[in-house]
Design a protein around this ligand. Structure first.
Ligand code: AQP
Length: 362
C-alpha cells in the first residue's frame, strides 16, 4: 500500500501554482485509488497551520484561512471519503514527534537547508540595507549585522524541516508529493530516519520517497523569474482560486512576454511565454513543448487568450464550489471533525510506539 502524506500552509487563498504544482496532483492520486485494484493509496492531506505560525499571524485570520484552505481543497476535488483531510494542529502528536525528533537533530543539518539559508540571506540583506542607511560610526561591522539578522529570525523557521519530518513520519508515509523546493527537506527527513533508527537501535520509521509533482514551478505573472506565491504583495502577480473570470483574463493579458515572433518553449530566453505555456500545458494535460508546437504560429496575444480560456474553464467551477462550501460552514466543520478523528487514530497509535521506544509516556 502506498501511503501518501502532503500538506499546504494556510497562508491565503491558494494560487494557480499551488493548484497545478500540488493540489491537482493530490486529486489525481484519488483517481488511481477509485480505479479499485489491490493497492489503493491511503491519502493524508493536511492544512499545516502549525507551519504557518513560523510567520507571525493574526490569530483570527489564521483560523479563518485554515478553514478556507480546507474548503478550497474540497472545492478542488479532495474527497473526504477517499482522502483524510485534516488540520495539522488538531493532531497533537505532530508537535510531540517534532520535539522528540528535534532532540536528535544536529544543528549543522538545519544550517545546511537552502530555504533557511535564503531566508537568512534575505533578512541579512534587509538588515544591511537599513543599517547602511543609518550608519554614522566608522567601526560599523558586518558581523553585528549578521548577528542582528540571526536574532531577527525565529526558531520555528529554523526548525521547520523537523516539523515537516514529523508530519511525514507520524503517518509512516511511503510517498510524499512535493514541489522541487521541498526536496531537500525530504532528504533531511530520510537522514533523520536513519539517525533515529541508529540512535534507538530500532527500525521504527518508514523511509519516505519523494513524488515530484509534474508541474514543477508556475512563475509570477509580473516577474516570470520568481515563483507565483500566495503571499506575493502584488495581487496581479498571481491567479487565485477565487478570482473572477474577468480578473483572470486581465491578469493574463498583462503578463510580460517578449517581442520574438511565434511561440516557442524556452524558459531561459523566453521566461514569460514559457510560463504561459507551462500553465496551459498543465491544465490541458499535455507538455509545454507539445503545446508550443501546436501553437507555434500564434501571436502572444492569441496565446494569452488560449491560456485565459484554459484557466477560466478549470478554475471557474472550483470558484463556484468554493463559494457554495463557504456558505455551509457546518458541513466543512463536520468533515474536518470526522477526518481529524481518523488522522488522530493513525497518528496516536504510531506516537505510542515511538514514545515507548524513546522511553517517555505517550
Ligand atoms: N509557483 C508554484 N509552482 C508550483 N508549485 C508551487 N507550490 C507553491 N507555489 C508553487 C507548491 O504548493 C505546495 C504547497 O505550498 P505551501 O503553501 O505549503 O508553501 P509555499 O511553497 O511557500 O507556497 P506559496 O504559495 O509560495 O505560499 P507562501 O506565499 O505562504 O510562501 C508545495 O508543494 C509547493 O511546492
Amino acid at each position: 500500500i502506498k501511503r501518501v502524506f502532503s500538506g499546504i500552509q494556510p497562508t491565503g487563498v491558494p494560487q494557480l501554482g499551488n493548484y497545478l504544482g500540488s493540489i491537482k496532483n493530490w486529486v489525481d492520486l484519488q483517481k488511481d485509488q477509485s480505479a479499485g485494484g489491490d493497492n489503493p493509496h491511503e491519502l493524508f492531506y493536511s492544512v499545516v497551520d502549525l507551519h504557518a505560525l513560523t510567520i507571525p499571524r493574526d490569530p483570527k485570520q489564521l483560523q479563518k484561512e485554515t478553514f478556507e484552505m480546507a474548503a478550497a481543497l474540497i472545492a478542488c476535488g479532495i474527497d473526504p471519503n477517499k482522502s483524510v483531510l485534516f488540520r495539522q494542529s488538531a493532531v497533537a502528536a505532530h508537535s510531540q514527534l517534532y520535539w522528540a525528533l528535534g532532540c536528535i537533530t544536529p544543528v549543522g543539518w538545519l544550517n545546511r537547508m537552502t530555504q533557511w539559508k535564503s531566508k537568512l540571506q534575505q533578512q541579512q540583506q534587509q538588515q544591511v540595507e537599513s543599517a547602511e542607511s543609518m550608519v554614522t560610526e566608522s567601526n560599523f561591522s558586518r558581523l553585528n549585522v549578521h548577528s542582528n539578522a540571526a536574532q531577527g529570525l525565529l526558531t520555528g523557521l529554523f526548525t521547520y524541516p523537523v516539523l515537516m519530518a514529523a508530519d511525514v513520519l507520524l503517518y509512516k508515509a511511503t510517498h510524499v508529493p512535493v514541489g522541487e523546493d521541498q526536496v531537500q527537506h525530504l532528504e533531511f527527513a530520510r537522514d533523520l530516519v536513519a539517525h533515529f533508527n541508529k540512535q534507538y537501535k530500532k527500525k521504527h520509521f518508514v523511509l519516505p520517497t519523494v513524488m515530484l509533482t509534474p508541474s514543477k514551478r508556475i512563475m509570477s505573472l509580473k516577474d516570470p523569474l520568481r515563483k507565483m506565491s500566495k503571499s506575493d504583495p502584488n495581487e496581479q502577480a498571481r491567479i487565485t482560486l477565487n478570482d473572477t473570470d474577468d480578473q483572470i483574463a486581465r491578469k493574463i493579458k498583462k503578463a510580460p512576454t517578449d517581442s520574438i515572433s511565434g511561440i516557442t518553449f524556452d524558459p531561459g530566453a523566453r521566461p514569460g511565454v514559457s510560463n504561459l505555456l507551462s500553465i496551459y500545458a498543465a491544465l490541458r494535460d499535455t507538455d509545454p513543448e507539445s503545446a508550443a508546437l501546436a501553437m507555434q504560429s500564434l501571436s502572444n496575444a492569441q496565446l494569452k487568450e488560449a491560456v485565459a480560456e484554459a484557466v477560466i474553464s478549470s478554475l471557474s467551477p472550483i470558484r463556484e464550489e468554493l463559494r457554495r462550501l463557504l456558505g455551509d460552514q457546518e458541513h466543512i466543520e463536520r468533515i474536518l471533525g470526522e477526518n481529524e478523528a481518523k488522522a488522530q487514530q493513525v497518528a496516536s497509535a504510531n506516537w505510542k510506539e515511538i514514545a515507548k521506544c524513546i522511553g517517555i509516556s505517550a
